[in-house]
Design a protein around this ligand. Sequence first.
Ligand SMILES: [Zn+2]
Length: 65
Amino acid sequence: MPDGPRLEDAVNETCPWSGDPIAADSLTTYRGAVVGFCNPGCRDKFDTATTAFDLALDARQARQD
Ligand SMILES: [Zn+2]
């Protein structure tokens, strides 16, 4: 059985987008910690942004090497 991020492990209690309470089906991980959102749409918006920035930072780092 997959053991995903758990609501009780989240570092925040309210969604940074809306201020609403976070939901168990709307968790992801960031910098090794569980972070929560009020719904999967909010989470996916965050995931999309952080993934894009991670890729951009990796690309910049690669150019500097
Ligand atoms: Zn939200």
